[in-house]
Design a protein around this ligand. Structure first.
Ligand code: ASP
Length: 294
């Protein structure tokens, strides 16, 4: 994690907590936190999002609140600076949960959401160069590269997806996530992030969960809902996360990280990847930001 990322995470935590301190909702806090991360360009979301193989930047985001189980999401949205806000508007202003593609982008235009310029030529060239170098590599070379990244403690994504969970004074939890997807994506690929129950889940009877990691494995295990179900059964966050992440690894060699918050305020940050940049703040002292959680 760079110093800039560390500072940005700390700023986002402080901003999110301030929202809660002013007695605003957990949804407001989650949105405010994620907006800072999306605007930073330091993470794989919003301005910093990866490109798909055709050079387009298609982003996914979702948000959910635990009192009435309301949820909103967008997938493959383009040229919007804050996909998380588009997701929130889907939740609050429509009868739907998920809008996709050009229609999601048009929806954001209708609500006059701040635009994001098309990817620059330099960004498209860098993305093409990465595709070419991966394309020429043999399977063994690619495996070696993955091994090297694991050994050197770098996640496969230099920039991570962003997410947040929060609990407000009324006892309501919320979860959100926003991403530019994974490396080497076919145009139109959608991961777990905008899928309720996979990338995020929130239920006041259980808690809030926000996921990062390889969407193709997270989706097949509906990881966020699996963790939430365990919370509802009385399992503590650290154990709930460990049980489900262990299953993800055992059954499909998945790699993921989870932010897990129970309605009683207990929380855990767990990951199967060597590192996960994340943090928490309880309102006193400095926010805790680390790239490894046990
Ligand atoms: N879960 C995201 C996806 O598969 C990527 C990530 O979290 O890094 O699109």
């Amino acid at each position: 994690m760079t110093a800039a990322q560390r500072n940005c995470l700390a700023d986002a935590l402080v901003a999110g907590y301030d929202v809660l301190r002013r007695s605003a909702s957990a949804v407001n806090a989650v949105e405010a936190t994620i907006r800072i991360l999306e605007a930073s360009g330091l993470f794989n979301a919003g301005v910093g999002s990866r490109l798909q193989l055709d050079g387009a930047r298609r982003m996914d985001a979702s948000i959910m609140e635990g009192r009435r189980l309301r949820a909103g999401a967008v997938a493959a949205i383009e040229q919007v600076r804050h996909p998380i806000t588009a997701a929130r508007i889907v939740m609050e202003e429509t009868a739907h949960v998920l809008l996709v593609g050009e229609s999601a982008t048009r929806f954001a235009r209708h609500f006059k959401l701040e635009r994001q310029p098309l990817p620059t030529r330099a960004k498209r060239n860098a993305s093409r160069a990465m595709v070419r170098s991966q394309g020429q590599a043999s399977e063994l070379q690619r495996k070696t590269l993955r091994l090297y990244r694991a050994m050197s403690g770098r996640n496969t994504a230099e920039l991570g997806t962003v997410g947040a969970v929060a609990l407000d004074r009324s006892g309501t939890v919320a979860a959100g996530a926003s991403t530019g997807g994974v490396a080497l994506m076919l145009p139109g690929r959608v991961g777990d992030t905008p899928l309720i129950g996979c990338g995020v889940y929130a239920d006041d009877a259980a808690g809030a969960v926000s996921m990062t990691g390889l969407g193709e494995s997270i989706i097949r295990l509906a990881v966020a809902k699996e963790i939430a179900d365990r919370l509802e059964a009385g399992v503590v966050p650290a154990t709930a996360a460990r049980l489900v992440l262990d299953k993800l690894v055992a059954r499909m060699h998945g790699a993921a990280g989870a932010l897990v918050l129970r309605t009683d305020g207990r929380f855990a940050i767990r990951h199967t990847t060597p590192h996960m940049c994340a943090g928490y703040w309880l309102g006193a002292g400095k926010p805790v930001v680390k790239d490894k959680f046990e």
